[in-house]
Design a protein around this ligand. Structure first.
Ligand code: SF4
Length: 267
């Protein structure tokens, strides 16, 4: 569950058409009302059903959703207590020392102990904990093939693809359009590698949100009257190493982080 902690974060996940079908004059006014607790996300009739399950708002209305997330975490922690972390390290592309499994995410070390606690010298975003624990529990250890496919071609990906386009690819394209240099720079902060000419794109980088879950972001600049475009691809083994829901969580969380970095850059 990704928690939205202010009106701007809520606004970003809305359709932003200002259609007024929620009886509020604008999407931003609706976001502010949701944050205040006067409206609920589901009062926007155009919100994707999957999105409603993915996001919680940090007000009293979200307590049930938070409880659901806490229960999911507890379940994952129980499962991890039965896993031999030392012998799982190779399967996960991780390392093990001193009772801790160390998994790299975007070039940074995250440690998992035998009770399923996740620690790091970096800030641990809410969106990363459940995917990391899910990865430890469910990763089949399939080696990456280098065959890039869109999310919709992964198992169960078709159901998540519309939400993924709306919450990940579209916002990332906006960041790329307005902060193209920063976008490249930001990606390199996270130990990305260039992927020259991937799908004939102008900018292509490969990030590793988890060791066997590489993510290829391709950006095409506007050209000869054509709009810019941006697409994200995954290795065709990704759905064997992580559930599509967790892949989506990682990508959506990273997108929000990139947007925040872009906003900070403007200040
Ligand atoms: S119904 Fe949804 S899309 Fe339309 S104005 Fe309200 S919040 Fe925005």
């Amino acid at each position: 569950m990704i928690q939205l902690t202010n009106a701007m974060e809520i606004f970003k996940i809305l359709p932003r058409t200002n259609c007024r079908d929620c009886r509020v004059p604008t999407c931003f006014a609706f976001a502010a009302a949701v944050f205040k607790g006067d409206q609920r996300l589901k009062d926007c009739p155009h919100m994707d059903r999957n999105a409603l399950e993915m996001f919680s708002v940090a007000n009293s209305d979200s307590r049930t959703l938070e409880r659901g997330e806490a229960e999911a975490l507890e379940q994952l922690r129980r499962e991890i207590s039965h896993i031999d972390l030392a012998s799982s390290a190779e399967r996960l592309g991780a390392s093990f020392a001193g009772g801790l499994l160390t998994i790299k995410s975007l070039g940074k070390d995250f440690h998992v102990d035998t009770r399923g606690n996740v620690t790091s010298v970096c800030h641990i975003h809410g969106w990363i904990t459940i995917p990391i624990l899910n990865y430890v529990v469910s990763c089949a250890g399939k080696p990456v093939t280098g065959n890039w496919v869109p999310l919709r071609e992964l198992k169960d990906g078709l159901a998540w693809a519309p939400l993924f386009g709306q919450r990940c690819e579209k916002p990332l394209k906006r960041v790329a359009d307005t902060h193209t240099d920063l976008f490249e720079h930001m990606i390199h902060i996270f130990a990305a590698k260039r992927a020259p000419r991937a799908f004939n794109s102008d900018i292509a980088v490969i990030l590793h949100p988890l060791p066997t879950i590489p993510m290829l972001i391709c950006y095409w600049r506007p050209d000869s009257g054509m709009e810019s475009s941006l697409n994200v691809f995954f290795d065709d083994t990704a759905d064997e190493n992580l559930t599509v829901e967790s892949i989506y969580r990682l990508a959506a969380g990273m997108t929000i982080m990139f947007e925040k970095i872009a906003i900070t850059h403007d200040m």
